[in-house]
Ligand binder design. Structure first.
Ligand SMILES: *Cc1c(COP(=O)(O)O)cnc(C)c1O
Length: 491
């Protein structure tokens, strides 16, 4: 028999032998980070990444480490200057939050203890339970409702739709799948985010199981068209089970008539899910709360904290009214994850029973610290401020003879263009697309774009706690300036 030799080695770890250098570098990183935020307003919002820098991301894996100091200096040279810019006071692209200084601290602490927040008897579990309780109270959900923090709106919507399917379809989908069953149907307006279709596809229902229902001039779902489509589908032997309502569409911030949809779904026995990715937090603004009436009647709500609650990436949430339905969709007992009467496995909740994920980051920590440090009223004021600023921008656009507002702006999303009525539609669109590129590349600010009724829209989504009114004045001025210049070039 071969003898097992025990190697006589010095064991190593990833920790330094002497912490002095690391301590100094972390202190420097804190100073550099605060400097970065303090000077952000004077920096370009965004800049393209030069080819020479892009090439620096191509080498193979270093076999011998380059050391921390060299790695940090590469970060400062190659990474930090080339962010998409969403921390900046004049970033209004897609729908992105800024992050917060308290979030910087939370990220450091989260990385230090490196909690796996799957459940277990640990403070992280209690922190997340408390955060979920707070979020339920914000959304008007009952205290005994269920929920879980997830990476973002996409997974929150997927999680809710999966629960809806298991809860509302009257056969054993979890056991048998949907083979041989009638076609299951989900309904949502044409303005719905594409993550809902992704969810339907991931669930194996097929894209044709999502019915895209028409919207009206306000970009809100046409409830009569919805009812007609459901009735026709039932007649054709399909099985409707869920309506997805929007609380803040990504294009224009439109809010579907939630109360009317809740009435309709109640009558029809359909699950009402609300995608409130950013818009759900408008409940915190007294002047907008009424637009969301009925939100509290939904069976489930998906929303992001990394958008209109300004939290660092990533953190979203799904709330499910029925704890039983939520648990029934994801619980799968197994010996290696048994809860015990004593010790570490004695947990008030095991989040893996409520989500496809097992190992999870402690994303509740940053939310908990932010809400404790700033208080909910601070966030409510900032959301109201963003809505006021968006109203201000919309009114400045309407007042300006060279600009045109392209859609109603009920919340914090404003779509507009530079007017050039003497030009053909495609030329107008091309002009505005070039104006947008000039604005972005100049570093002045960062709106992005969408297309509304065939028209290219410069789109501002204001989930920015650093923006001031003067920033919107700068955007209006830049749009007019580049529009005028590009028109002259054309002549
Ligand atoms: C952003 C967004 C999503 C997707 O959320 P992620 O956090 O990006 O996954 C879904 N719906 C709406 C309305 C959104 O704005």
């Amino acid at each position: 028999m071969r003898e097992l030799k025990i190697a006589d080695t010095k064991e190593e770890s990833l920790d330094p032998q002497d912490w002095t250098e690391l301590r100094a570098l972390l202190h420097r990183a804190v100073d550099d980070s605060i400097e970065y935020l303090a000077k952000l307003r004077d920096q370009p919002c965004w800049q393209p990444i030069p080819d020479a820098i892009q090439k620096r991301f191509t080498g193979s894996i270093p076999r011998d480490g380059e050391g921390l100091a060299a790695t940090y200096s590469d970060y400062q040279a190659l990474v930090a200057p080339y962010a998409i810019g969403n921390a900046h006071p004049r970033f209004w692209g897609w729908v992105m939050g800024n992050g917060t200084p308290v979030g910087m601290l939370a990220a450091l602490l989260e990385a230090t203890t490196n909690c796996n927040a799957a459940g277990f008897q640990q403070a992280a579990t209690f922190v997340e339970v408390q955060v979920l309780d707070w979020l339920k109270s914000i959304m008007g959900f009952p205290a005994d409702a269920s929920g879980v923090l997830v990476s973002g709106g996409s997974i929150a919507n997927l999680t809710a739709l999966n629960v809806a399917r298991f809860a509302r379809v009257p056969f054993e989908v979890r056991q048998e799948g949907t083979q041989g069953a009638p076609r299951l149907m989900v309904y949502a307006s044409t303005e719905t985010h594409n993550c809902v279709q992704k969810a339907v596809e991931i669930m194996g229902l097929g894209a044709n199981s999502l019915a895209h229902v028409a919207v009206d001039a306000e970009y809100q779902i046409d409830v009569a068209a919805l009812a007609a489509r459901v009735a026709a589908d039932k007649k054709a032997g399909k099985m409707p089970f869920c309506v997805v309502a929007n609380a803040g569409t990504v294009n224009t911030g439109a809010i579907d008539p939630l109360d009317a949809l809740a009435d309709y779904c109640e009558r029809e026995g359909l699950w009402l899910h609300v995608d409130g990715a950013f818009g759900a937090f408008a409940v915190l603004d007294p002047s907008s709360k009424n637009l969301l009436r009925g939100l509290e009647r939904a069976d489930s709500i998906a929303f992001d904290l990394h958008k209109w609650m300004y939290q660092p990436y990533d953190v979203g949430c799904v709330l499910i009214r029925s704890r039983d339905a939520h648990r029934a969709a994801f619980t799968l007992p197994t010996s290696y994850l048994t809860k015990l009467e004593r010790g570490m496995a004695k947990a008030p909740i095991f989040f893996a029973d409520y989500s496809p994920e097992l190992s999870r980051s402690f994303r509740a920590l940053k939310v908990w610290m932010n809400l404790k440090a700033y208080g909910l009223d601070k966030f409510a004021r900032l959301i109201a401020q963003n809505i006021d600023q968006s109203r201000y921008l919309a009114s400045e656009i309407e007042r300006h003879p060279k600009l045109e507002l392209l859609a109603p702006a009920p919340l914090n999303v404003v779509n507009f263009c530079y007017r050039a009525p003497h030009l053909e539609r495609t030329t107008q669109n091309d002009l505005n697309s070039r104006i947008l590129a000039e604005i972005q590349e100049s570093g002045i600010g960062a709106p992005t774009s969408t297309v509304l009724n065939g028209r290219f829209a410069i789109r501002v989504a204001n989930t920015n706690h650093r923006s001031r009114r003067e920033d919107f004045d700068a955007l209006v001025a830049a749009t007019v300036k580049y529009g005028d210049e590009l028109l002259v070039v054309r002549r």
